[in-house]
Design a protein around this ligand. Structure first.
Ligand code: G3H
Ligand code: 13P
Ligand code: ZN
Length: 315
């Protein structure tokens, strides 16, 4: 039993019209919360680590905990670097045992994005590691990098073919209207599904059959947890995510990896706020972190059955 890459996961997901959940991990409770849900539904899963999470929890601790999850469950699990900032960070993740890296050069101009992405691909492939990369620019905040809605750009379908062909990446993260964080839409939620269809068509026409597409910024921002946070001393006014039916539609199309972090943050924060507010003398971390872990499991179970459709995808 070992960590796997995403290659087989994606092949099966595209053929089965479902998607694999990619959940951001920062500590043991998040890992166990996600994995317990995947074990119940025998779902393959991608556990992903941002640069910030790598600094916070340290890559070796994260890898060893993820290996423990595999030993515990026997599930197909890929360990992925989320939004790798440069070749050095991708190399660190690969040296730490990650099986997949995302390189995010979407802030560069196109030619620089192609050049730097290709460098990462050449290195990663020489180590048997797969690469996801982004074309187009999502609005929102990742680590210290913030992209305003005005600076966000949707993925160009023709350019997508050129980018995939010239870089040799294994999966493509696209921008069709999703964004990072808890405030995704001011008005009505809207995703550009025509663009997704066109990107897939152009890739097919270029001989890139069933090329894996990744959707970032795909948290639903469940109102249950927004309300819980607001009720127990927090302030998250106007938080809004991607409607479930849109996510399900994306999963049934060419999107085979759906990234979610904010939803886990909301579930964890809401749970902790609730326990601590209701029990002012509570000082046992197992009580509030345990509640958070249980609620993350419930949340991920909902994702697997209502959004991803990935039940029984592991083995
Ligand atoms: O896409 C960004 C993820 O939500 C990770 O966030 O960089 O604050 O860990 P982070
Ligand atoms: P959310 O902020 O919607 O959870 O997106 C997470 C993400 O895309 C991580 O790469
Ligand atoms: Zn992202």
């Amino acid at each position: 039993m070992a960590l796997v890459t995403t290659t087989k996961m994606f092949e099966k997901a595209i053929e089965g019209n479902y998607a694999i959940g990619a959940f951001n991990i920062n500590n043991m409770e998040i890992i166990q919360g996600v994995i317990d849900a995947c074990a119940i539904h025998k779902s393959a899963v991608i556990l992903q680590v941002s640069g910030g999470a790598m600094k916070y929890a340290r890559p070796t601790y994260l890898r060893k905990m993820v290996e423990a999850a595999i030993e515990d469950t026997g599930l197909d699990i890929a360990l992925h670097l989320d939004h790798g900032s440069d070749l050095a960070q991708c190399k660190l993740a690969i040296a730490s045992g990650f099986t997949s890296v995302m390189y995010d050069g979407s802030h560069f101009d196109y030619e620089e994005n192609v050049r730097t992405t290709k460098e990462v691909v050449d290195f990663a492939h020489s180590k048997g590691v797969v690469v996801e990369a982004e074309l187009g620019k999502l609005a929102g905040v990742e680590d210290a990098v913030s992209v305003s809605a005005a600076d966000a750009t949707y993925t160009d379908p023709e350019q997508a073919v050129d980018y995939v062909t010239r870089t040799g990446i294994d999966s493509l993260a696209i921008a069709i209207g999703t964004s990072h964080g808890a405030y995704k839409f001011k008005g009505e939620p809207k995703l550009d599904f025509e663009r997704l269809t066109l990107i897939t068509k152009k890739l097919e026409e270029a001989g890139l059959h069933n090329f894996p597409i990744v959707l970032h910024g795909a948290s639903a921002v469940d109102q249950e947890y927004v309300t819980m946070i607001n009720e127990f001393g927090g302030e998250m006014k106007g938080a809004k995510g991607i409607p479930l039916e849109m996510l399900r539609k994306a999963a049934s199309m060419s999107v085979c990896k759906i990234n979610m972090d904010t939803d886990l943050r909301l579930a964890m924060t809401g749970s902790i706020r609730k326990v601590l507010t209701k029990n002012l003398g509570e000082i046992d971390p197992r009580k509030y972190l345990g509640e958070a872990r249980t609620n993350i499991t419930k949340l991920v179970e909902g994702k697997i059955t209502n959004v991803l459709g990935s039940t029984n995808s592991s083995k």
